[in-house]
Ligand binder design. Structure first.
Ligand code: 4NP
Length: 149
């Protein structure tokens, strides 16, 4: 299973999701891969936001090897699951998908926890709430793992 986590900037939410999922992959000894990307290229090459680095570190996860990159069309072929943080990320990715196979890979990550509710992982960039975001991502990543192992 190859999973791509997607948010807007690829500096706050999706780097945390990548770090959390990587730890679960290792814990379960799964031959899975995970990466993350942003629908915008605004922070291309940047480290995760220092607040995401801090909350990950508080939970024993180092995400400082990650660098922001923009989502690209080929990601829809290279990955099996493309997990969006909110409805805006979701529709921006969905707009790029041209086949049913590509479209079927794209999901809101919280729909694994709350099926069909279309809930969003709130953007913490301006409002904060990184610990809450961490908890939402930890629970939803666990559901993703349990759904496919
Ligand atoms: P992310 O958060 O999508 O979770 O990485 C954001 C990061 C940067 C901006 C917005 C959201 N920004 O406006 O630069």
């Amino acid at each position: 299973m190859k999973i791509l986590m997607v948010c807007l900037g690829n500096i706050c939410r999706s780097p945390l999701a990548e770090g959390i999922m990587l730890r679960k992959i290792k814990a379960h000894q799964l031959a899975w891969e995970v990466d993350s990307a942003g629908t915008s290229g605004w922070h291309e090459g940047a480290l995760p936001d220092r607040r995401s680095i801090a909350v990950a570190k508080a939970h024993g996860i180092d995400i400082t090897d990650q660098r922001s990159r923009q989502f690209k069309h080929i990601d829809l072929d290279n990955f099996d699951l493309v997990l969006a943080m909110d409805s805006s990320n979701y529709s921006n990715i969905m707009r790029l998908a041209n086949t049913d196979k590509q479209k079927a890979k794209i999901h809101l990550i919280l729909n694994f926890l709350y099926p069909n509710e279309n809930r969003a992982v709130p953007d913490p960039y301006y409002e904060g709430g990184f610990e809450k975001v961490y908890q939402m991502l930890d629970e939803s990543c666990e559901k993703v793992v349990q759904s496919y192992i």
